[in-house]
Design a protein around this ligand. Sequence first.
Ligand code: SF4
Length: 311
Amino acid sequence: MTEHFIYGPVPSRRLGHSLGVDLVPYKVCSYDCIYCQLGRTKAKTIERKPYIPVGSILDQVYQKLKEGVCADYITLAGSGEPTLNSEIGTLIHEIKKHTEIPVAVLTNGSLLGNSQVRESMMEADVVLPSLDAYDQQGFEAINRPHPEISFETMVHGLVAFRKEYPGQIWLEVFILDGINATEADAIQFRDWIARINPQKIHINTAVRPSAEAHARQVSSEGMARFCKILGKEAEVIAPFRGSEKHERRANVEEDLLSLLARRPCTLDDISSGLTVHKNEVLKYLEPLVRNHTIDMVKKGSVVYYQPKKRQ
Ligand code: SF4
């Protein structure tokens, strides 16, 4: 079976319809965030190498473009930290030569202290890094980074990147109940964010199943209070509203499994992302749940579908 490095377009609360590109295999990451939707990181790394060769990725991107894919962004992200792929700069450069669709990079920002990593992202249209802590203690508790990454190197990397990068930076702050979500926490974040000076600040919380049970969702009132302290560039990420247009697709089951391998989704997420009517999605979901290929997980009153837990 061909390995797929491209998925979607999938619904993204930040990027509309996003054509996802995997740059590293599951789950190559420098962090082990307690809120990660992909489960725990087995082996944290900061080694940069061509985990997936850029030629193999580009073949699939070109194929999608040839099929006339309609997406708001081509998003370099996937099953771990994309800047660990040492060929990310070449990939961005080559994609930009072939399409007008803007390129976004979803990164945890941990390697931005490295000037080569900063340089490799100069041609991206938008970079979406994370900042989930304002000191070493919080950084260790939430992101559980590789031991060679300190809070100071990470955050100074973000500040340096802002000075060099001409594009848009949309910073994500992921807040968790009882951990980093009080108004006092927001004031501490505000000082660092002022130094990073992103064009947008996205406040997110654990709406999907997380790696650890203590990574708990913040209430909408708590999100709003936190957001207000960060000023007018800050917004709580609104739930995605997908297109109402639906069309029949031949390879729904394959695309569905590919989508769920990246993150847990609701029925609405799947329907919008694959542009397949909900009733049709259910025809594929139900047998997959029955034969234990995927699980249904309840978070509050919302049901998510995800692959059976990897051991
Ligand atoms: S949330 Fe992102 S940065 Fe954190 S462990 Fe998961 S893949 Fe890595």
